[in-house]
Design a protein around this ligand. Structure first.
Ligand code: SAM
Length: 246
């Protein structure tokens, strides 16, 4: 089943990339928009329910605000909450995030299992970043929040890393811009791990709205019921997140 969730104000809801922690709306409003998106995902059969602990999410947000060095990010507060909630609900044992830059998108996913917002125990939470200096910064950031080592950063090409990852991939988050290969690299990364994605595993693809043209082949792939049983375009902001369930 394919579909779309569109927040009525998605075009007006804008952030300053260099000021990611600034509130853009009342907290109740943010929670309501994300709850509506989670409901759309439950109705599509991607999520079993929509419940997550709101106070844990805020503890996670506070820790990231205090401890992370973030030069810029396009992850809005709504998107941060949505990523946290999807992970808190699905509780993936193995999660790989591809193209994590300074680690903010990675911890928005992994924060459901490590740090002050943790609500379950995972096995492997790995952010992959191809630029060594950014991988180092991301690892430094992550170490401020997770002392266990369950969450970690690998300096590698995400296609290569996913291809050689041993074991099931329960959640794959895509945000690599691919360098010369561009955002089309999402499809390469997904194909590299597809055979180790169990039934019910999900792929989250950032930029499903503002990069839709360069993601055409990827979106065609995940929206084909032969490959994924459901795929929903979640438009809570002008970037968007395609959520696909195998
Ligand atoms: C645009 S950034 C993601 C930023 C994120 N959307 C945010 O708003 O915080 C994309 C990152 O992917 C990385 N990247 C590009 N190709 C990659 C690859 N093949 N494997 C891993 N990382 C890659 C880039 O170095 C860059 O840090």
């Amino acid at each position: 089943m394919n579909g779309e969730f569109r927040a009525p104000d998605w075009e007006r809801y804008r952030m300053d990339y260099r000021d990611p922690h600034r509130a853009l709306e009342a907290l109740e409003e943010e929670i309501a928009v994300v709850d509506a998106a989670l409901t759309a995902l439950r109705q599509a059969g991607v999520l079993p329910h929509t419940r997550y602990e709101k106070s844990n999410m805020l503890a996670h947000r506070r820790a990231v605000r205090e401890l992370f060095e973030i030069p810029w990010t396009a992850i809005t507060p709504r998107m941060q909450r949505l990523l946290y909630a999807i992970n808190a609900i699905l509780q993936p044992q193995n999660m790989i995030a591809a193209g994590v830059f300074c680690g903010y998108t990675f911890i928005s996913n992994a924060g459901a299992a490590v740090g002050p917002g943790a609500c379950y125990a995972a096995q492997n939470l790995i952010g992959v970043e191809i630029r060594p200096e950014e991988a180092e910064r991301a690892e430094r950031n992550v170490r401020h929040i997770d002392s266990t080592g369950v969450a970690r950063i690998a300096a590698d090409d995400a296609v290569n890393f996913v291809k050689h990852f041993q074991g099931p991939i329960d959640l794959l988050y895509l945000d690599a811009d691919g360098g010369a290969r561009g955002k089309g690299i999402y499809l390469e990364i997904t194909e590299a791990g597809y055979d180790r994605m169990p039934s019910g595993s999900v792929v989250l693809a950032h930029n499903s709205v503002n990069m839709a043209a360069s993601l055409k082949h990827y979106l065609d792939f995940v929206r084909d019921p032969a490959n994924f049983r459901a795929s929903v375009n979640i438009i809570v902001d002008s970037e968007g997140l395609e959520v696909s369930s195998k």
